[in-house]
Design a protein around this ligand. Sequence first.
Ligand SMILES: [Zn+2]
Length: 488
Amino acid sequence: MKEAVEEQQDFVKDITKMSDDFDRWYTDVVRKAELADWSGVRGMMVVRPYGWSMWETITRAFDDMIKESGHENWAFPLLIPRSFLMKEAEHIEGFAPEVAWVTRAGAGMEELEEPLAVRPTSETIVGSLIRRYIQSHRDLPKLTNQWNSVVRWEMRSRLFLRSREFWWQEGHTFHASAQEAVEEADLILGYYRSIAEDWLAVPVLSGKKSPAETFPGAIHTLTVEGLMRDGLALQMGTSHYFGQNFARAYDISFSNTSNERELCYSTSWGISTRLVGALVMAHGDDSGLIVPPKVAPIQVVVVPIFRDDETRRKVEAFIESWARGLKAAGIRYRVDWRDERPGDKYAHWELKGVPLRLNVGGRDVDAGQVELVDRLSRERRPVPVAGIAERLRVELDAFQTRLYSRAQQFQRDNTFELSTLAEVVAHFRERAGFVWAAWCGDAECEANIKAEAGGVTIRTIDPDEKPSGDCLVCGKPAKYRVSLAKAY
Ligand SMILES: [Zn+2]
């Protein structure tokens, strides 16, 4: 076992080092860990089983949360008539550059009477149809969600983060009062925070977006923003409050308790497969992925070590004697019997970020133990097989907590407080991370930050703290405390 252990130090040789080139590291890891690949259709990705499994876990967790609070799933068409899309001016203006259209069909490729948009998001078609189902205040709220994919014709592509088609959920809700709709958007933001922090182990800043960053057609947009290991922020979920904007455009009204017609208040919200990219960039290292146990397709991998058939039989019988107990304890594990050298297997599972590895050789069998190797600390510890399922559950929980703490420490180490635009510009010339600053609320000042500091944007408005001091740009009294960052 000794020689195999020595190899483990740098057995993942064929990925770019994170410190050399973060972008290439990211693409190498996503492709070599078999999360996703390009498809042959330009800018469109294939999510491979290992990546899709992580997304499935996220979808189950979130689906449970929204069902618990009374939301229902339904399905809408992929194609949206042009006339539906054009009704909300601000919305269509925001999406127009990214919409793909179906204009022809059939063997003769005949022109359609009306072009059909491939949905970039479904507010317009949901809005056009939901009015059929809402007559009175008794029909409200309508709490709906769809799991689907959408198309946005992006010019630059990046696996998981920016591809022309991605998978997501889109919630659409309709309410009888503004307050209820505002509370709905807040509730969902709390769920998104839980998905990011409790499941993906990524600490997030949450709050409102500035007007310039608000979703087209919304009154306000709420966001959760994580920090990736290159110091760039990533928007990990957004929840929008529309007031009556969409209801006005699509004539969605109800008779209220005083028997008067009133327009509905609505929300929409989404998280996408981009979250798989987030966990890669928030936790990975030079050897590859580190997957939080709660979303890991494989939480524990067992690597048998043997030189001859006799040892193999001995090791196999030993593993069989306790492996079933892992399944019964709900641990997702795999025994790697592939015909490869142990060192190559270590490299394979390290790249894939499996949290815990158990090495099992002939001497371990004699001692009634396994060697536990932790992907995060890389510590190796002998663990007795008596009570191993219980022990691994504890180890997996501890791993999840440590991963979160590490990300939290990274966020703390990369969060700064600055007071002038000159300081912000100088900061982002050298480093990245989150910078807290005071802002007057003026759009011109916001545009100045972006122009002067190389694309730095306001990521969140602090919901809790009032600013002290003056706007970092114009020096007038500040209204908001805001976090700034370069972002994906
Ligand atoms: Zn200002």
